[in-house]
Design a binder for this molecule. Structure first.
Ligand code: GDP
Ligand code: MN
Length: 415
């Protein structure tokens, strides 16, 4: 699960990481008041208007704008709320923007000795599967070019593996702060932020906690080294840990998720859309992968990965069909069930029910695409008998004797 930047900022703040003040708005009309509110204590008011979508690359797409007046804030809000945002991280048609963040703009200090460059850093915690540890990832070259930096100059990225129980240690964070070039009072601030981010990551069961950029503000009389603050953040959470984080679940924005995947989640199905044209309905992740492999082996392309789980109900099977057939690219369906905990007669009944209920775009009911079914295991005879008896409801059904037979039949059926 992901959250928006304005929520990520709240989370950072709750762990003591400094973030400029901001307001979330959902309409153009709110922009003016939000601007006045967040800039009321600033000598010369400056705010930043930012699209709130679950994708990055906003700066380069024109969806992060610095504004000096309520009027400019309103114009920026109008642009962002009436245009789709397109970046390398969005689908081709872009994303509709429904929320904006209006925040106090931060001044970013110039980087000494690097003409035109600003003090922008990258800081993240994630899990490194290879070393089986959480890692702190940091770079002096933060900002909008970080992907390029990681690709061209991997040596500009610092990585620290953390002890599984002890977590990030202060001396490790200090070493990173020095490597990144923090000086004087900045070091303590950067260390505090790194330790807080690592703690947040562990406590909230994150899969990614990222600050980009972390910046240094210009020197002032009461802060001669400037201040280290976060001005953008991104979080992903482990879905399997969400049951113990009601506060995080409350931040979910269903309008930002893939509708088919959301529906699947609701019925306990694991569904991932793919590019092919053969829909797959399988029980068990391993069997689902084997099914996809054998489809490919016989020249076909799977349209999805769908695991109905070990104990799916008739209702879940019905939903699974509606999700698979909701994808217009699907030209044939392969049902591959090995009945263990799951009984084949339940699946068969689910198939019959789904066929009876399924509505085509033209209003007719029933499956139009070829359906190949391979059942094996618990109650298989009862399952086969059920399908046999419902032939009138399943005119496109072909029974398969084994997995190879099933793959061949469905590949032939879709051409
Ligand atoms: P992203 O492009 O989606 O990652 O959006 P960011 O919030 O990271 O903004 C992109 C870039 O805009 C940053 O790297 C900064 O250079 C700039 N930027 C964003 N917010 C501010 C701000 O408050 N003040 C200044 N001076 N620049 C900002
Ligand atoms: Mn950013």
């Amino acid at each position: 699960m992901k959250i928006h930047e304005y929520q990520a900022r709240d989370l950072l703040r709750s762990y003591g990481i400094p973030v400029p003040e901001g307001r979330m708005i959902t309409s153009i009309e709110e922009a003016s008041a939000a601007f006045s509110e967040v800039t009321k204590d600033m000598g010369s008011p400056l705010a930043v208007v930012k699209a709130q979508v679950h994708a990055g690359g906003r700066g380069k797409a024109g969806f992060v704008k610095l504004v000096k007046s309520a009027k400019e804030a309103t114009e920026a809000a109008r642009f962002m709320l009436t245009n789709r945002m397109k970046s390398p991280q969005t689908p081709e048609e872009g994303l509709e923007v429904k929320r904006l963040l209006i925040a106090q703009a931060a001044d970013i200090a110039d980087r000494a000795g690097a003409k035109g460059a600003k003090e922008e850093f990258y800081l993240a915690v994630t899990t490194d599967r290879a070393s089986k540890r959480n890692v702190l990832i940091a770079s002096r070259e933060g900002g909008v070019e970080i992907e390029q930096v990681a690709h061209d100059r991997p040596d500009a990225i610092v990585k620290v593996g953390m002890h599984p129980i002890m977590g990030l240690q202060p001396h490790e964070a200090r070493e990173v702060a020095f490597k990144l070039g923090f000086k004087g009072k900045q070091v303590g601030q950067a260390v505090g932020i790194m330790l807080a981010l690592a703690k947040l990551y562990a406590e909230k069961d994150c899969t990614l906690a990222e600050i980009n950029p972390l910046i240094i503000t210009p020197a002032t009389s009461d802060a001669p080294d400037g201040r280290v603050i976060a001005i953008d953040a991104k979080f992903s959470f482990d879905d399997n840990g969400l049951f113990r984080h009601k506060d995080i679940v409350a931040m979910a924005d269903p309008t930002e998720e893939n509708p088919a995947e959301l529906k699947a989640q609701k019925f306990g199905l694991s569904y991932i859309a793919l590019d092919g044209n053969i829909g797959c309905l399988v029980n068990g992740a391993g069997l689902a992968m084997a099914t996809m492999d054998i489809i490919k082996h016989h020249g076909g392309e799977p349209a999805n990965f769908l695991d109905v789980g070990g104990s799916a109900s008739e209702e879940a099977v019905t939903e699974a069909f509606s999700i698979i057939l909701g994808d217009a690219a699907v030209k044939g369906v392969l049902v591959n069930i090995f009945g263990g905990i799951m009984r084949c007669d339940i699946i068969a009944q689910g198939i019959v029910n789904a066929a009876t209920k399924f509505k085509n775009p033209d209003g007719s009911t029933g499956f139009k695409v070829p359906l190949v079914v391979r059942l094996e295991g618990t109650n298989v005879d009862a399952g086969r008998k059920l399908l046999e008896g419902a032939k009138d409801k399943l005119p496109t059904l072909q029974a398969a004797t084994d997995l190879t037979d099933a793959a061949k039949k469905v590949c032939a059926a879709v051409g």
